[in-house]
Design a binder for this molecule. Structure first.
Ligand SMILES: [Zn+2]
Length: 390
């Protein structure tokens, strides 16, 4: 056994594949399972284990991927968003560097026990955050190992379905060639941002994923899947993005000086225009109560929580969230000032995430779990399930 962040994990004696299907809202699986398009996933859910669990809030990629590989919430590992306001630097900065992690990962603890671990992600930003350099690469930046594992096609465009399929192909090849004992494979949510459940493109994507899962399973691996967050339409009835511009609103009411940080922001904003359903508000030396009451009376906002309450409720690191954290309603996203967002790519439809309406995610294992009374509750229970399965 190994102990990581006060949880114990079995050191596996056979191969394991842990897959994070980015943005896989349960609605996508419902659709493809109903229409019998995904025989491998259907068998996993029928003969193995299938549960709906929670992701961590804010429901973004970085906090959830890091929760998955540490088995812990953001209060423990320190990653509160894709982006945060660094008070010391007085600037918004991406949380893409390993130095931001405050906790060890399960991957590195396994490596220390001699387990051969490989992490493959679609986006390079993520592999830098979670992977050890010599045993991690991305579809964007595959390196020699990545190219040798997927020799038939070069690094795919990060804004493509293939970026995700490439990740699964690389992981499958590594297991087939006996190069790794445990693989962590994390895809990208380009397809889910673009296409709703039931759309032909979404269905084709999950069918292609299903083929890869079958290939991974043929290596004899225990296969465990979850997602980092769900995904919802964030549009008005006319199809245009449904945005509440918080910085404009607060400037009008209080005068300039309030900082709005959007933790969805990452180097890849084309498919969401940096618009998500969570925002951090920094009121500097002003009383946050004024801003709170203005925001609470704004339509489209579900919750406005002061720092200490948000940190306690969602297990967040208090020093890396705003004075206020704002969570918008199901079909609404939060912006800064209108002119700060490039909406040209989302004019005809915006799907996004970040709030409470994207918390539910699937957890699937190709093994049936014994009922222990400790059923999985979180996406970050996935390593425990995958590693403890016989
Ligand atoms: Zn994501």
């Amino acid at each position: 056994m190994i102990e990581v962040n006060h949880r114990r994990y079995a050191v596996p004696k056979s191969p394991r594949a842990i897959v994070c299907l980015d943005g896989s809202d349960p609605a996508y699986l419902d659709d493809v399972l109903r229409s019998a398009r995904v025989p491998t996933l259907a068998r996993f859910t029928r003969e193995g284990t299938f549960a709906i669990v929670n992701s961590v809030v804010p429901t973004f990629t970085n906090p959830n991927n890091v929760s998955i590989v540490t088995g812990a919430p953001p209060a423990v590992h320190g990653i509160s968003g894709n982006h945060f306001f660094d008070r010391a630097a007085n600037a918004d900065v991406p949380m893409n560097e390993r130095s931001y992690l405050r906790a060890p990962t399960i991957l590195e603890a396994l490596q220390a026990k001699g387990v051969r671990v490989l992490s493959v992600t679609a986006k390079h930003k993520l592999v830098k955050l979670i992977g050890a350099e010599e045993s991690a690469f991305s579809a964007e930046n595959p390196g020699e190992l990545g190219r040798s594992l997927v020799p038939d096609r070069a690094a795919p465009d990060v804004y493509s379905a293939d970026a995700s399929l490439w990740v699964l192909d690389a992981g499958a090849a590594a297991l087939e060639r006996g190069l790794a004992d445990v693989v962590y494979l994390s895809t990208t949510d380009y397809v889910q941002h673009k296409h709703a459940p039931g759309a032909p493109e979404a269905r084709a994507f999950y069918e292609a994923i299903d083929l890869r899962l079958a290939r991974i399973e043929r290596t004899g691996a225990v296969v465990a899947l979850t997602a980092d967050h769900g995904m919802n339409d964030k549009t008005k009835p006319d199809g245009s993005p449904n945005v509440v511009y918080l910085a404009s609103l607060l400037d009008r009411a209080l005068g300039p000086g309030t900082r709005v940080t959007l933790p969805i922001t990452d180097p890849y904003v084309v498919h969401h225009g940096a618009l998500g359903s969570c925002a951090m508000i920094y009121t500097s030396d002003r009383d946050p109560k004024k801003a709170q009451s203005i925001l609470e009376s704004t339509p489209g906002i579900d919750f406005v929580l002061p720092r200490s309450e948000a940190a306690a409720r969602y297990a967040l690191p208090p020093d890396r969230i705003g004075d206020l954290i704002v969570l918008s309603s199901r079909s609404v996203v939060l912006g800064k000032h209108e002119e700060e967002h490039d909406l040209s790519h989302v004019e005809r439809g915006l799907r996004s995430h970040g709030g409470l309406h994207e918390v539910s995610v699937p957890l699937i294992l190709n093994r049936r779990l014994e009922k222990t009374g400790h059923e999985p509750r979180w996406n970050y229970d996935v390593f425990e399930l995958a590693l403890s399965s016989p």
